[in-house]
Design a protein around this ligand. Structure first.
Ligand SMILES: [Zn+2]
Length: 126
């Protein structure tokens, strides 16, 4: 089967990607980045085309946390991503307990060592 075009990894930019079938009783398909240390992958999908669509729908513009632009640290909601793990919403703000600015999730818990960040898009104007 010819491999449809896959966009580069939205996190590391790698084009070394693997489209593979999972090893469960139910047919599952997944796209994974093969760059060591990135470990980004889609969820499991029942059809290859669904996994490819999911991969290609990933938002561009993810930035390594250490390169986070200062304007994203103004208290706005951002999406944080951890290598090999899920994402969560957080904002950069001053924490009285740690006496410094930290990333806090929407429940007020401090988020340690996220790997990537992207600002949450603004909602539609009324
Ligand atoms: Zn990657």
């Amino acid at each position: 089967m010819p491999t449809p075009e896959l966009l580069p990894c939205p996190f590391c930019g790698s084009t070394s990607l693997d489209a593979h079938r999972g090893y469960t009783e139910i047919a599952t398909y997944q796209i994974s980045c093969m760059n060591m240390g990135c470990e980004c992958s889609t969820a499991l999908w029942s059809k290859p085309e669904e996994a490819i669509d999911a991969w290609n729908r990933r938002a561009p513009g993810w930035t390594r946390i250490e390169d986070c632009p200062e304007e994203w640290k103004d208290g706005r909601l951002c999406v944080l991503k951890f290598i090999g793990s899920s994402i969560l919403l957080a904002r950069f703000k001053y924490c009285e307990f740690y006496e410094k600015e930290v990333w806090e999730d929407t429940t007020g818990r401090v988020v340690f060592n996220p790997d990537f960040v992207i600002p949450l898009p603004a909602g539609p104007e009324k």
